[in-house]
Design a protein around this ligand. Structure first.
Ligand code: MN3
Length: 207
């Protein structure tokens, strides 16, 4: 199997009380694992695709044979988007520091303004999808949202860039604890961001 669901880098209960252990367990072990296994199934007949990273596949969907494209888009996106999500969650600093903090101030005016814009993207994504903070080709930051498991790295992304922070707003990400209260889940997210991890992704994207 070319693609694997890595273990979470922390315990299921590490993000309590903001994101509960049961949600983390089902989300990672069932939902993420299903995307990964369906991605493996989608590339089974295509050894050339299976040699490429999942990131490469979803950023270059036009190079994927038509009959496998939708499955790679949905399940490759599901796999990669969740890998990013687990990596940017954690407990630590409540705000970004250094170059990332400066770039956020420069683009959005302040951290509070950025929070507002990102939260609004998460709230207004109709149905399932993701909110994102990305680094665009010109090196500047932008907030965007995508439906389903679409990635901002895709060739047809409305706003294209390298993801450095994302938030899963599929109901499976919050329904057990928050039911229909997506705004409360979005609010809780700000207490469990690993800003050091986001800063590392930012530095890598700027290179
Ligand atoms: Mn999810």
């Amino acid at each position: 199997m070319p693609y694997i669901t890595k273990d979470l880098p922390y315990a299921y209960n590490a993000l309590e009380p903001y994101i509960d252990a049961k949600t983390m367990e089902i989300h990672h072990d069932k939902h993420h694992a299903a995307y990964t296994s369906k991605l493996n199934a989608a590339v089974e007949k295509y050894p050339d695709l299976a040699k490429r990273s999942a990131e490469d596949l979803i950023a270059n969907l036009s190079s994927v044979p038509q009959e496998a494209r939708a499955a790679v888009r949905n399940n490759g996106g599901g796999h990669v988007n969740h890998e990013i999500f687990w990596s940017v969650l954690g407990k630590g600093k409540s705000k970004p520091e250094g170059d990332l903090a400066k770039a956020i101030d420069k683009t959005f005016g302040s951290f509070e303004k950025f929070k507002e814009e990102f939260s609004n993207a998460a709230l207004t994504q109709f149905g399932s999808g993701w909110a994102w903070l990305i680094v665009k080709k010109d090196g500047t930051l932008a907030v965007t949202k995508t439906p389903n498991q679409d990635s901002p790295t895709a060739e047809d992304a409305a706003v294209q860039g390298a993801p450095i922070l994302n938030l899963d707003v599929w109901e499976h990400a919050y329904y057990l604890k928050y039911q229909n209260r997506r705004p409360e889940y979005i609010d809780a997210f700000w207490s469990v961001i690993n800003w050091d991890a986001v800063a590392k992704l930012y530095a890598a994207a700027k290179k």
